[in-house]
Design a protein around this ligand. Structure first.
Ligand code: PMP
Length: 363
């Protein structure tokens, strides 16, 4: 199916004349055009008195080198949460279009829709492996839906969605397919980034918050066809990414993902340890830096863990996830502490009889 991208863009954005910022084209010379303070405030070689590069040129080149795409396929925001904001602004008309969300998944898609006044339709992932089927989606999705939000590997279920199904959707649906790959560096399968050159309706979300260990700098990015990136440029705030974050982003990409092997080995160890606890009913396969598991009384257990200073996420209220806890993979000592406190909470109470049966039997 051919994609008429223009038709998918909100009419006001199609005709929008974006703000022309002082640093759009000219970044050197005698800069008397932006009402900046002319006296240098230097920190780590960055002139903090100047506005940052609105085109993110160095950062986008570094992201291009990392992803194998072109800078024209890339735009960075203050976390991938900002990229979500652009997606809504460009494609989803409040009170008219719908966002289709494949549930259970990351809560920000719904929150962003609520902020923008855009209606949503929740379509369930399938079976107990939370898989995605494009034909099923096409059967269930209402006509008014214009953007689908898929997350692979998915938070909080941890599984990858089938790449072929996602590509089928891009090919057969004719609307916008958002694929959130926040956790892809932890997965066994590669990113689907290279497909954006063949599918102008595919928008991939990535972030430096997870594998690169840079959650604090707030840097996420969109990978998409150049026309989609151009629409994002139109709606983003001119200087959306501060100079420190842009510089730190380039350095992060030079450093590469942080302690990936260690995190994956801790994921295996934590999984095995949970497996040996009888109260744990199911540990969901994970391609992420967390584990989701099922245990009776999950909500109460989360509160008890919190009292003991261990903070995990109760996911029990999500579609199909009754009695589940999501635990991030921490450092080895943190994982040990979690396991110790969790075991204490779920171990059967020793009964006094057991300890003191007169004939020495244990009961
Ligand atoms: N996508 C998913 C699936 C996430 O789980 C998260 C954070 N928990 C994000 C995006 C947000 O990433 P960022 O820090 O880049 O805003």
């Amino acid at each position: 199916m051919s994609i008429d991208l223009q038709r998918l863009v909100r009419p006001n954005v199609r005709t929008l004349k974006p703000y022309q910022s002082a640093r759009d084209t000219i970044q050197s010379g005698v800069l008397l055009d932006a009402n900046e303070n002319p006296f240098p405030v230097l920190k780590d070689g960055i002139e903090l008195n100047r506005y940052p590069d609105p085109n993110q040129a160095r950062l986008r080149q570094a992201l291009a080198d990392y992803t194998g795409l072109e800078p024209s396929n890339i735009l960075a925001g203050a976390g991938s949460d900002e990229v979500l904001d652009w997606i809504f602004k460009v494609f989803l008309q409040p009170g008219q279009d719908l966002a289709a969300i494949l549930e259970p998944t990351y809560g920000m898609y719904q929150v962003q829709a609520d902020i923008m006044g855009v209606g949503t339709v929740a379509l369930p992932l399938h079976g107990d492996d939370f898989s995605f089927s494009s034909p099923q989606f096409l059967k269930d999705v209402p006509e008014d839906a214009k953007v689908a939000f898929l997350c692979s590997p998915n938070n909080p279920t941890g599984n990858l969605l089938e790449a072929d199904e996602i590509l089928k959707l891009c090919r057969d649906w004719g609307k916008i397919v958002v694929l959130d790959e926040a956790y892809v560096e932890f997965a066994e399968k590669p990113s689907m980034a290279s497909w954006v050159s063949q599918h102008p309706n595919l928008v991939i979300l990535r972030t430096l918050s997870k594998a690169f260990g840079r959650a604090a700098i707030r840097l996420g990015y969109a990978l998409a066809s150049p026309p989609v990136i151009e629409y994002f440029r139109k709606v983003k705030a001119p200087y959306n990414l501060n100079a420190l974050a842009q510089r730190q982003g380039v350095l992060a990409l030079e450093d590469g993902p942080q302690r990936l092997a260690e995190i994956l080995s801790e994921r295996r160890r934590l999984r095995q340890a949970l497996h040996e606890i009888p109260a744990v009913k199911r540990i969901f396969p994970s391609q992420c830096n967390f584990l989701l598991f099922r245990v009776a009384g999950a909500s109460r257990l989360c509160l008890k863990l919190l009292e003991r200073g261990v903070v995990v996420r109760d996911r029990s209220s999500m579609l199909g996830l009754a009695d589940t806890i999501r635990v991030s993979i921490g450092r080895p000592q943190e994982n040990d502490l979690f396991l110790k406190e969790f075991r204490r909470l779920v171990a059967p109470q020793e009964s006094p009889l057991r300890q003191s049966a007169p004939d020495g039997r244990t009961t």
